[in-house]
Design a protein around this ligand. Structure first.
Ligand SMILES: *Cc1c(COP(=O)(O)O)cnc(C)c1O
Length: 370
């Protein structure tokens, strides 16, 4: 079977260093909020180009803590795309605010900036922008609108660590940038982890307190916070992997380019916009007979994934928002056609060739239907 993602192969390539780094933690006797955590906060914020980093338990909490530190809650509205992982809008509802969806652009699958202004009301407090699949949203236009209406910007960069817009890394544009280290992300731990980055000292201090039960001084609690910390073992793993991230992202781009060269004309291949560097957390094609292609590939022992089959405005959990089918036609159309192919840094050329030839054969069999 060719998996969609091979985490075991990645581990094999860094095994000795990971084991050494984890061993140091085990021997240190310090397991939560220690030196490894501080070190990865420093390294990662430097990598992204912000002043501060705050390690948290996962990417979802990074988003949640950003909202809480900005005092966004009951009665507020936050603008976000309907085509993303559920967590993006989940946290908005979780703090008591209302997610207001704006349809995506069909080229990048990211929020269409031309549709943002009409969604802004007196209650709008922030834009939660998502950099989907590894490509930046249009941060020039989005930051311009945010400035004009004095809105906060939270970047959900969970899928796009290392991606750039006009040479600047995602996560460094907004008031906060949020990363997930879930194993399937480009920089993943062996468990859960996340980080908020920011250059706003006030937000940094607030989030640092909130992630640790609202406590700055031990047993004195100034806020109602959370237990959401990045533990030392995960930080030790990230320290080893961060050194490889740029190489791994480059490898992902090479594999993606090879797919696109061979599949162009056969299916709709992903487009990288000129001023952006894509990091391909997913390589997603679009095709009319998506489900048939997925099962054909599955029979040939090739795993695929669908991100995402149901846009957020149509999720049962958001029925109360009173959106309907047809409200966001691009997100809906894409969700019916999109299919992610196997892509990870250790994917072999012969494996990729097999995926490509299988798609070609399917297209031949289905006789001109595309
Ligand atoms: C993975 C992901 C999250 C959530 O991250 P977790 O670490 O799993 O909580 C949020 N948003 C997007 C776009 C993601 O891909």
């Amino acid at each position: 079977m060719i998996p969609q993602l091979d985490l075991k192969a990645e581990y094999e390539s860094v095994k000795d260093e990971i084991q050494k780094s984890v061993h140091e933690v085990l021997e240190s006797g310090s397991y939560v909020l220690g030196n490894k955590g501080k070190q990865i906060e420093k390294l990662l914020s430097e990598y992204v180009g912000t002043s501060y980093g705050i390690g948290v338990a996962n990417g979802t909490d990074a988003l949640l803590l950003s909202l809480e530190a900005m005092s966004i809650g009951n009665g507020d509205e936050v603008i976000t795309p309907p085509f993303t992982f559920f967590a993006t809008a989940e946290v908005i509802a979780r703090v008591g605010a209302k997610p207001v969806f704006v349809d995506i652009d069909p080229i990048t699958y990211n929020m269409n900036p031309a549709l943002i202004e009409q969604a802004i009301t007196k209650k709008t407090k922030a834009i939660m922008v998502v950099h989907l699949f590894g490509q930046s949203a249009d941060m020039e236009k989005i930051m311009e609108i945010a400035k004009k209406y004095r809105l906060k910007v939270i970047e959900d960069a969970c899928q796009s660590i290392g991606a750039t817009f006009n040479g600047k890394k995602v996560g460094s544009f907004g008031d906060t940038g949020c990363f997930s280290f879930f194993p399937s992300k480009n920089l993943g731990t062996y468990g859960d982890g996340g980080m908020v980055v920011t250059s706003d000292k006030d937000l940094y201090e607030k989030i640092k307190v909130l992630r640790n039960h609202g406590s700055e001084k031990k047993y004195v609690h100034s806020d109602i916070g959370l237990n959401s910390r990045l533990d030392e073992i995960q930080a030790a793993i990230l320290e080893v992997k961060l050194k490889r991230l740029d190489d791994w992202n480059q490898k992902r781009r090479e594999i993606a380019n090879r797919y696109s060269e061979k599949l162009i004309g056969l299916v709709k291949t992903p487009i990288t916009v000129k001023n952006r560097e894509h990091v391909f957390n997913q390589y997603s094609i679009e095709t009319d007979n998506r489900d048939e292609l997925a099962s054909y590939l599955n029979h040939r022992k090739i795993a695929t994934g669908i991100y995402y089959p149901l846009p957020l405005h149509l999720q049962p959990a958001f029925h109360g928002l009173h959106y309907q089918k047809g409200d966001f036609p691009i997100a809906e159309k894409v969700s019916e056609k999109i299919l992610a192919l196997p892509l990870y840094p250790t994917l072999k050329e012969y494996e990729q060739d097999y995926v490509i030839s299988s798609i070609k054969e399917f297209k031949g069999d289905s006789n001109g239907i595309n």
